[in-house]
Design a protein around this ligand. Structure first.
Ligand SMILES: Nc1nc2c(ncn2[C@@H]2O[C@H](COP(=O)(O)OP(=O)(O)OP(=O)(O)O)[C@@H](O)[C@H]2O)c(=O)[nH]1
Ligand SMILES: [Mg+2]
Length: 348
């Protein structure tokens, strides 16, 4: 089963939309079942939908002098302690430590103040418990605040590598960069995430011959491959039913499907650190993806480190343009130095 943890406004809005489609596919042979959990610091994003109370976790301040909480207002520091103190209750309540059979997917935006804290905290806890886990991160570069939160969220995820001695796997999308029209671009991100989850649902399911749960665990946490000694990294998980196009020096790991008639993979071995295939016996699965190409999921090493560099450059460039335009000396680079790093490696 795939467990989805929808965190904060973006995660919740998106998952509420996708839930009926993914659940419908769940009933078909060859696809995984999905279970959804919703986590936030406010109930604003869920109150209008019919969601079972058991699947919802709202972080509240239960201390003696309790503070009324209703969101984080894009400030990641505001509710960090509250979320950090409350996350174990959630894990205990869901008996996640005993959960041996599921793949965990956490979905959140990196630009807000709640999901971008809940998501990485949950990712960290699941790594600590040795569970297969990956994050879907929805970034945004349409304001300095969104860029700054995104840089800090990605760097926080990067810090989990050292803490757990494991790679951190992230599927990364940017809200405003696919189309000039912001709303359309966001819709494209939403539909790409749905498509990715559909493909994962076919790849991470129990009916795939030759691909078992340990293969998927090893794919997501390649520190299991002790003899290969691949450096732990902030790896980007890409998902596709098109042929993989790689840049010259890109290194990847792959899991993919093959049909009975295929004999060899189409990729070039010099770029591939590790690959594993499963055989789909159900033609309907291929039909869902309209093409008979292999479906695959692959990890690209180093690409998110490059993305952090790009975001820092974007930040500096925007600051310069802003200052020029306003004849103002607004030094957001210093602002970048003004970050809090706590003992858990969280950059806030
Ligand atoms: N693609 C997509 N992006 C969304 C959606 N809803 C919100 N976002 C993006 O999410 C970012 C804002 O973060 P939210 O997820 O709303 O913030 P939050 O985690 O609820 O945190 P706070 O509201 O600050 O407590 C912006 O970049 C929005 O564009 C959605 O349905 N789809
Ligand atoms: Mg919110």
């Amino acid at each position: 089963m795939i467990k989805i943890y929808a965190c904060g406004g973006a995660g919740i809005t998106l998952c509420v939309k996708m839930m009926p489609v993914l659940k419908e596919n769940s009933n078909k042979e060859g696809f995984s079942e999905f279970k959804f959990n919703f986590l936030d610091t406010t109930d604003k994003n869920i109150q209008h939908f019919r969601i079972n109370d058991n699947d919802v976790h709202i972080f509240k301040d239960n201390s003696f002098k309790s503070r009324f909480i209703d969101g984080s207002g894009s400030e990641r520091r505001l509710n960090f302690d509250l979320i950090s103190n409350g996350i174990n209750d959630f894990l205990d309540n869901k008996k996640i430590a005993n959960d041996e059979k599921n793949i965990n997917i956490i979905i959140y935006s990196s630009g807000g103040g709640s999901g971008s804290v809940i998501g990485p905290l949950l990712h960290s806890k699941l790594l600590e418990l040795n569970k297969p886990v990956l994050s879907f991160v929805i970034a945004d570069t349409s304001s300095l605040g969104l860029i700054k939160n995104t840089i800090n969220t990605l760097q926080t995820l990067g810090n989990l590598i050292k803490k757990h001695n494991k790679p951190v796997v992230v599927n990364y999308k940017v809200n405003n960069e696919l189309n000039d029209d912001y709303k359309k671009s966001m819709e494209q991100v939403d539909s790409n995430i749905l498509k990715d989850l559909n493909i994962l649902s076919a790849l991470f399911n129990k009916d795939l011959y030759n691909l078992d749960l340990q293969d998927i665990k090893t794919f997501l946490d390649y520190s299991y491959l002790k003899s290969l000694n691949i450096p732990n990294d902030l790896v980007e998980l890409k998902i596709s039913n098109k042929n993989i196009e790689l840049k010259e020096n890109e290194k990847i790991s792959i899991i993919r499907t093959m049909s009975d008639s295929e004999t060899s993979p189409e990729h070039n071995v010099k770029n591939v650190l590790h690959w594993k295939y499963g055989i789909i016996s159900k033609e309907e699965v291929f039909e869902t993806f309209k093409e008979k190409l292999p479906i695959h999921s692959y990890l690209v090493h180093n690409s998110l480190i490059e993305e952090i560099k790009r975001l820092k450059y974007l930040m500096d460039k925007n600051k310069e343009d802003f200052n020029k335009l306003n004849n103002f000396n607004f030094d957001i680079t210093n602002e970048m130095d003004n970050v809090l790093i706590n003992d858990d490696g969280f950059i806030l």
